[in-house]
Design a protein around this ligand. Structure first.
Ligand code: DOR
Ligand code: ZN
Length: 342
């Protein structure tokens, strides 16, 4: 196949940040996607409807008219069910995000115990509002490579037994356990999959030295997990869909004695997914994964319009940015097999 045209896709999990970083990264996402679920882990986190509406307007200004940001509410121990319902009914919030406290970047205000958000979750279940989940336990006694699997056992399984109708997206899955859990759960449970978790395993962080640009959370796992996640992505199941988790950090904050978690893949996300789907002999499944399964799960209309990918290599730059912000993109200095035709 030399070229393929698919319905315009969406990104069901992205970090666009704010200020100059937002201005720099938003156009990359808007070039690729019609809509995106915007993560609320700013400093301070986006917990109130008014703050989300103002952030939405800043994103719209940075991304241009062809892009629709879908906002999320950052859940905390103090989250109020009425405020969540008000934002959802008013069309500001599409979903709410559960960060276990201190699980990842800017999650210090996250939830310390799932029992603290019982009433918001009850309301969300009644409203049909999606819960996006960062699925890792923070117990320091649990090995970092096991934190997703243990979260499923300790937190997600009990949560779904308390709220059996709650719509849950287990974000950025990285393990065979997560892929199996989601595949075997009810139709109210789905997962997003990133390009990096399809392309790298944990060796990438240690290839001839420490590689901070391959570090994200959940951290990449063993090869057998990458293979399981790849099978889920190309399975054609409506439970698995595209979410880049593109998470830009200014270069010095990654290349540091304590480097931030996050991989910036927005510039060539779709090209990377196409490369993986072709390697798996499943290009016919790309449109469902990128453009249909997400809106169907969220209960949103499919996009009008199409995008075309050509089978031509795209070289990924070593560095992106301008002025005070420098970003090392995913696959810097390498290439992907497809090109998005603008
Ligand atoms: O690698 C990550 N980066 N994982 C997350 O959960 C957060 C994200 C970020 O905000 O940088
Ligand atoms: Zn994320």
């Amino acid at each position: 196949m030399q070229s393929m045209t698919i319905r315009r896709p969406d990104d069901w999990h992205v970090h666009l940040r704010d200020g100059d970083m937002l201005k720099l990264v938003a156009p990359f996402t808007a070039r690729q996607f019609a809509r995106a679920i915007i993560m609320p882990n700013l400093m301070p986190p986006v917990t109130q409807v008014a703050a989300a509406a103002a952030y939405r307007d800043r994103i719209a200004a940075a991304a241009g008219p062809d892009f629709t940001p879908l906002m999320t509410c950052y859940l905390t121990d103090e989250s109020d069910a009425d405020e969540i319902a008000r934002g959802f009914d008013g069309g500001v919030w599409t979903a709410a995000k559960l960060y276990p406290a201190n699980a990842t970047t800017n999650s210090a205000s996250g939830v310390t115990d799932i029992r603290n958000i019982h009433s918001p979750l009850e309301r969300m279940q009644a409203l049909g509002m999606v819960l996006c989940v960062h699925g890792e336990v923070t117990d320091p006694a649990v090995d970092i490579f096991d934190r997703e699997a243990v979260f499923i056992e300790r937190v997600l399984t009990p949560l779904l037994s308390d709220f059996p109708e709650l719509k849950v997206v287990l974000e950025h899955i990285t393990t065979a356990e997560a892929a199996d859990f989601v595949a075997g759960a009810g139709p109210n449970v789905a997962a997003t999959i990133t390009p990096h978790h399809l392309m790298i395993n944990r060796n990438a962080m240690f290839e001839r030295g420490l590689r901070p640009h391959a570090y994200c959370l959940p951290v990449a796992k063993r090869e057998r997990h990458r293979q399981a996640v790849r099978r889920a992505a190309v399975s054609g199941s409506p439970k698995f869909f595209l979410g880049t988790d593109s998470a830009p950090h200014h270069r010095p904050t990654k290349e540091s004695g304590c480097g931030c978690a996050g991989i910036f893949n927005a510039p060539m996300a779709l090209e990377a997914y196409a490369t993986v789907f072709e390697e798996e002999g499943a290009l016919d499944k790309l449109e469902g994964f990128a453009s249909d399964h997400g809106p169907n799960f969220y209960g949103l209309p499919l996009n009008a319009g199409t995008v075309t990918l050509k089978r031509e290599a795209t070289d990924v730059p070593d560095l992106l940015g301008r002025g005070a912000i420098e970003l090392v993109p995913f696959l810097a200095g390498q290439s992907v097999d497809w090109t998005l035709d603008d």
